[in-house]
Write a protein that binds this ligand. Structure first.
Ligand code: C2E
Ligand code: CA
Ligand code: CA
Length: 686
């Protein structure tokens, strides 16, 4: 603020003095008692937008009177522009009279900068208020932070503006976030980040945490940061949404269990920790047995309810540090982390299986389900989560192949076997495409006359190199990977065509074709057979399908319908391997059966154990149901004779003939008819 000028008398050196006044950048005016301008320097003239001479005698209303008067005003120039002027008025003796000296300074620039600042500050405060943000202003010199009412409200305190120490504020930050926040603040204050922005948690007065985002900027004054100010936004909702998203990405939506990614993540952690500290783990691969049947027969909502319940039970069997995940479909996995020893893992496996096996009630149904479990130990797997899980899967397959409702522990030999199976799968896939899989035919004879009444078609694979493979060595693999469907289609088409040729040649034979569960589920089986019969103009009664007892007992409604349609075409419906499943007869009774095929295990047991009694029972039962009985695997004449006496109609086995290709089978039929002819010639002879 300019100091008051002491009145003074003009004297010697006046000219020098005047030139100083004229050269001054501030405007200087002298106004007499009557308010007329008596003197104006050029700066004053240009400030007021007039000529120096025009100013003289101009009446000049001075708003401030008295000594040391100071004012700031907007002055309108004749050209219409407005200039902000700071004016200082002081009394002066002028040429013998009382006057006033007025100093004028153009402050337009400073004023507009100030107004801009005020406007932007107001705008900031307003937008912060609109966004419901809190404000903070950290006085770095005093170490105190001034916080707005909204800031306090976010902390659950009364809506009062408050000042608190920076230390106090930092103490409210979540311990896990404190270091990060300090680093972020330092980075900004050291000029390494142009904008400060950080997300962290603050403790509310009720002890809960609020997620906030602080934004701010350091204000440089005299080359140092004396002030650091900004806003605070409550981002709890956003964090919650982010959390939900993250959880959704790692959670199985149906069961709420971990999903595959989360399991792999935990596995990764377990592997890493094992590497550092030698801890162990085990991965369990849990697959429900015949779950598809639940879905198909009771509907998907019951299926889903069963899966949810299974998930819940699995979780109840493990410790909270273990991870239970649903991998998809009816597959679950468990990571048993840091088990006491391997016995503990095995008892967990047993607990899991028992828990799953207990009846599950879902939507007025009681479902009985079992699980197959594969176990892989950390010692036996490479340090890779995916592989660890795959090894547990390989072991699970072992358990499943043995009939399910079992568990298996992975061994390195299994891996070798699994990879050779994989090779086999690939080769078989190619082989089917190249027509390398064809049926061979094993005779079925009438036990009374010994005549061939039909053949069972059995798949054989002729790989380009190496010997012909029997079904036993590749059917399982084909089943596992679904190749059984294209394979079965080939065998079916080829065997039906062969049957048609034999019938055309006058041989009264039947052909029985093995059909697996998957083929029945593939829905177009009856369709395909219907088309074949029509194309070949073949009588359906010459054809038959064999389904295993196990397949028959777990029939889905769709499969049952296909079987019924095939029976309508006149096909024989044969229950294969009868006696090996524990099927209640009522379950298969619902099917339109024509034939029971007694498993070769009973034939084998004829001499030693009590198979004879069982066979007697089976035959008696078959009679009441009007079914024909075939015994398979007959290797010796004595077996044949026993079976005939026990009432079996037909038989099959190495004794009568091994499976042979179509040409050889045709020769058998031809030989039989020549032989029959010669016999009848002999009989006819007088
Ligand atoms: P299966 O239906 O029980 O077939 C009988 C199996 O016993 C055949 O083995 C046959 O070669 C063998 N066998 C026949 N007579 C005797 C005997 O006197 N003693 C002994 N020890 N074995 C005998 P193969 O051909 O290896 O077939 C194995 C299984 O593969 C079959 O069991 C059948 O379930 C399945 N299979 C074969 N061909 C097909 C097919 O085209 N489709 C489907 N889905 N399954 C097939
Ligand atoms: Ca069979
Ligand atoms: Ca069989």
């Amino acid at each position: 603020m300019p100091r008051a000028v002491r009145p003074r008398e003009p004297g010697a050196g006046e000219d020098d003095f005047l030139s100083v006044v004229r050269a001054t950048v501030d405007g200087i005016l002298v106004v007499d008692e009557r308010g007329r301008v008596r003197f104006a320097n050029p700066a004053a003239a240009s400030l007021l937008g007039r000529d120096e001479r025009d100013l003289e005698e101009l009446p000049f209303g001075v708003p401030v009177t008295g000594a040391g008067g100071f004012a700031q005003l907007d002055v309108a120039r004749p050209d219409g522009t407005v200039v902000a002027v700071e004016m200082h008025v002081a009394p002066l003796r002028w040429r013998g009279g009382d006057a006033q000296i007025i100093t004028l300074r153009d402050v337009s620039q400073r004023i507009s900068a100030e107004r801009r600042l005020a406007r932007s500050e107001a705008r900031f405060a307003l937008s912060a208020k609109g966004a419901n943000d809190g404000l903070w202003d950290w006085d770095r010199e005093r170490g105190r932070v001034h916080t707005s009412a909204r800031f306090q409200e976010m902390l659950g305190r009364s809506r009062r503006t408050r000042e608190l120490t920076a230390e106090h504020l930092f103490a409210l930050v979540h311990p896990d976030d404190r270091d990060g926040l300090r680093k972020s603040v330092d980075r900004h204050l050291n000029g390494r980040s142009s904008r400060f922005r950080h997300e962290f948690r603050l403790r509310r007065s009720d002890g809960s945490w609020v997620w906030v985002m602080a934004r701010g900027i350091a204000v440089l004054e005299r080359g140092a940061v004396l002030r650091f100010a900004g806003s605070l936004t409550d981002i709890t909702d956003r964090k919650q949404a982010e959390d939900d998203l993250r959880r959704a990405a790692l959670q199985d939506p149906l069961t709420g269990l971990a999903n595959r990614s989360l399991l792999l993540d935990h596995l990764h952690t377990a592997i890493e920790r094992g590497r550092r500290t030698g801890t162990t783990f085990a991965v369990l691969f849990v697959d429900l047995d015949r779950f598809k049947l639940v879905n198909d027969s009771l509907g998907h909502s019951v299926g889903d309810a069963v899966l949810v319940e299974v998930g819940r039970r699995l979780e109840a069997c493990v410790r909270s540090t273990d991870t239970v995940a649903r991998l998809g479909g009816d597959e679950f996995a468990v990571l048993v982390d840091e088990p006491q020893d391997f016995t503990a893992v095995l008892s967990t496996v047993e607990r899991l299986r028992e828990a799953v096996a207990a009846p599950i009630s879902a939507a007025a149904h009681v479902v009985h389900i079992t699980a197959s479990v594969g176990v892989a130990r950390s010692e036996d797997v490479p340090p890779d989560p995916e592989t660890a899980l795959r090894y547990a899967d390989i072991a699970m397959y072992r358990a499943k192949r043995a009939g399910g409702d079992a568990s298996e522990v992975f061994t390195p030999t299994m891996h070798a076997q699994a990879s050779s199976r994989l090779r086999l799968q690939n080769d078989l896939r190619l082989g089917i495409g190249r027509g390398e899989v064809v049926p061979h035919y094993q005779p079925i004879v009438d036990l009374g006359s010994g005549r061939i009444v039909g053949f069972e078609a059995l798949a054989r694979w002729h790989p380009p190199h190496g010997p012909v493979l029997e079904a036993d060595s590749f059917i399982d693999v084909a089943e596992e990977v679904g190749l059984i469907v294209p394979l079965g289609r080939e065998v079916l088409a080829s065997a039906t065509r062969q049957l048609s040729r034999w019938r055309d040649a006058g041989f009264d034979v039947q052909v029985l074709i093995n059909i697996s569960q998957r083929q029945l589920d593939a829905a177009d089986l009856a369709h395909q057979i219907g088309d074949l019969l029509a194309d070949l103009d073949l009588d359906g009664t010459a054809l038959g399908i064999e389904i295993t007892e196990r397949t028959a007992t777990v029939q889905s409604p769709a499969a049952a319908e296909q079987i019924a349609r095939l029976r309508d075409y006149g096909l024989r419906i044969v229950i294969d391997d009868f006696g090996t499943g524990y099927s209640s007869l009522s379950a298969i009774h619902a099917l339109p059966l024509t034939t029971l095929k007694i498993d070769k295990a009973f034939v084998r047991g004829l001499e030693s154990d009590g198979s004879a009694e069982l066979i007697t029972t089976i035959v008696a039962m078959a009679r009441t149901l009007g079914l024909e009985v075939v015994a398979e695997g007959i290797e010796t004449p004595s077996e044949r004779d026993r079976l005939r006496r026990l009432g079996c109609d037909r038989g099959q086995g190495f004794l009568f003939g091994r499976p042979v290709d179509a040409a050889a089978a045709t020769r058998l039929l031809e030989a039989q008819s020549t032989c029959a002819r010669s016999r009848s010639i002999a009989r006819d002879r007088p």
